[in-house]
Design a protein. Sequence first.
Length: 499
Amino acid sequence: CAAWLCGPVDKERKITTAFFAISLPFRLPAYSGVYLSRRIMSGAAEQFDYLVIGGGSGGVSGSRKATALGAKKVGLVEASPKFGGTCVNVGCVPKKVMYNTARHAEFLHDHGVYGFTVKESSFDWGTVKTRRDAYITRLNGIYDNLLEKSGVQKIMGAAKFVAADQPTIEVAGKRYTAPHITIATGGRPVVPNVPGAEHGITSDGFFELETQPKKVAIVGAGYIAVELAGIFGALGTEVDLFIRREKALRVFDSVLSEVVTAQLPKGGVNVVSKSQVQSVTKEADGTLTLKRMTDGAEATSSGYDCLLWAIGRSPNVEIGLEHAGVELDGHGFIKVDEYQNTTKKGVYALGDVCGKALLTPVAIQAARRLALRIFGGQPEMKLDYNNIATVVFSHPPIGTVGLTEEQARKTYGDENIKVHVSRSVNMYHAVKTDNKPPTVVKMVTLLPTEKVVGLHIIGDSADEMIQGFAVAVKMGATKQDFNDTVAIHPTGSEEVVLM
């Protein structure tokens, strides 16, 4: 009676399977067909055409693109209950809501010089948090619906590679395999190994704050630290920003680093340079005290009701990569080539887990191009990682694309680089008498044609204007091409074509 269950397997398997069928007949209706019954007995993996590990923007985009190109069975694995990854849930999207909130505070400050009489105003952190969270929940629903309509099978749980003849993952006790598996697991904030570090939060925890802190310590000098410090400062929180060197945003062009570091105090942020936190203590009243080394001397800062670590991010690679033959580089990121191939054939990786251009649009583009290469008949399709524009939502904001001046000189030699810099004040500040942040534009060109190899802007609306200029840089525009373009007056962007 169990012969149909066994299929073309060895005698021992027939006996075992028949025994299972006879012993537990009440379980048979839950499964159908020879394949599934064999899977029960042997732990065989369910076969897919394509598996993607990580339901962030890259994973969602790549899996949907694969189904659109004809992949019949595509699975997307996500460990958290929400799709969208860091960007949607605890990154760029909710951060931009808070940046917009901070901008409103700055506009209120300027109303008087524009002739408006503004009654005393107050800010309620809880109101914007509730509305922000509701917006993110709507986005989560949109992601779910997009996956459903695309025919992508959602596999909920944490994935780990397991030992098998071909790359195989296990999720919640079930195994899945495919000829093509992409790792898009992203990264997470780093917490330092210092006593009392657990009393602090990370950027993830920033979005969980129910009330606005009165006094906050932020440790870090990168864009996350600068952005969150600016938000807190604009909204009236007392902010100390502890950085290891003299300036923030040191990996950006020097002019951006200089201007943003100078502007932070004007936005309510006290920059404590040359500092490293040694320990954190929680006092009896619940406040936090930081012991630190600043410029070689011991010092103490106290009275904080919030400490935020923003010292970097590490990749989520604890997924049994050793069982898949996938190697890491010296910094702990997954090794990939220009086509997103890992060291194991049929296994790919993209996004933050690779440690290159850690930006949501990069992961999305890389995922779509990978799908085109695998399923779209375009074997040479890949993402060009050169001249990728990015922004920092500082105060004022930053827009940047291409090489920094330092990188250009190192790449091409000092004698082959010519730099143009423009400094102005946006007309928005014309009637103001205080805090007039500059608009600074630096154009880095390569001689003899003066091809633009880097463009760096800090000033009002720099975050919006850089996208269009990035197209020109990507196409290989020269400074003369910019100069041949008639300016739009009066705007901040005209400075780019008038240098």
